[in-house]
Design a protein around this ligand. Structure first.
Ligand SMILES: [Zn+2]
Ligand SMILES: [Zn+2]
Length: 256
């Protein structure tokens, strides 16, 4: 691989730079850079002197038929061997080889989806549960993005609604837009019922946030932030909650 680097760089330079004077200058520059980085002189000079054909890639593409296959590591290599053998038979058998004339049939492996591409590809949403009499539905903030006033916008890591368990959530004061961040193992709307009861009856409130909601505007919005997974433990929830507390710096998480 290391041996290939000078050839790849000179080839790329040859493709990109069309002005011959500038090309010569850039090639000299590249040669010197490679020598400065202790690439073997013989190798560098050979790569420098080599004649590269412009658009060589296009010409070689013209000579092949590509059969795209998505590479899947869970498929046994025997399956791929069978596909390769079939291609070989097809392109060499007297009955079929004329179809391809001078062209080759090759397998072009497409990359399988990675976890990152999966996360990029899918948009998750925060939704209402839409169950009759759910008191969280009217106050849950829905949509594909989590937007808190004056704070970084994030995307939900999975679709969530009022009934999602094992969740880190935010309560947003509708009076002053200050926020509280909490966690729950039980369905979100059951946790929200406790917040609502304590907000309406501040004498029973054990959280500063609920007293604040009562005195400020008596209303708050619910914003699910992160689903921690069905098997998340209390310490995992605590850990993730503290991450979001550092990220969003809520004003209402102080104790009474
Ligand atoms: Zn609901
Ligand atoms: Zn407030």
């Amino acid at each position: 691989m290391k041996r290939n680097i000078p050839y790849i760089l000179f080839k790329r330079l040859d493709d990109i730079v069309s002005n011959p004077i500038r090309k010569k200058f850039r090639k000299e520059e590249l040669k010197q850079r490679l020598l400065d980085h202790y690439y073997p002189k013989k190798l560098v000079i050979d790569a420098y002197m080599k004649k590269y054909t412009i658009n060589n890639d296009t010409k070689s593409c013209d000579r092949v038929y590509a059969l795209p296959l998505t590479y899947n590591s869970s498929i046994q290599s025997k399956t791929y061997n069978n596909i390769r053998a079939s291609i070989h038979n097809l392109t060499n058998h007297t009955n079929t080889k004329d179809i391809f004339q001078n062209k080759r049939l090759v397998i072009a492996y497409k990359r399988n989806y990675s976890l990152l591409s999966f996360l990029k590809q899918y948009n998750f949403y925060i939704n209402k549960c839409n169950e009759p009499r759910c008191k969280t539905c009217p106050i849950i903030q829905c949509g594909p993005l989590i937007k808190l006033p004056g704070r970084k916008v994030i995307k939900p890591n999975i679709s969530m609604n009022c009934k999602t368990e094992h969740t880190i959530y935010c309560l947003l004061c509708t009076g002053c837009e200050k926020i509280y961040i909490g966690r729950t193992n039980i369905p979100l709307r059951q946790r929200i019922t406790l917040h609502r009861q304590q907000t309406l009856n501040p004498q029973y409130a054990i959280l500063y946030a609920n007293k604040h909601f009562h005195s400020c505007n008596t209303n708050f919005k619910v914003v699910p932030l992160f689903y921690a997974g069905a098997h998340s433990t209390t310490s995992m929830l605590n850990f993730i909650e503290s991450y979001f507390i550092r990220l969003f710096i809520p004003e209402l998480n102080s104790s009474l």
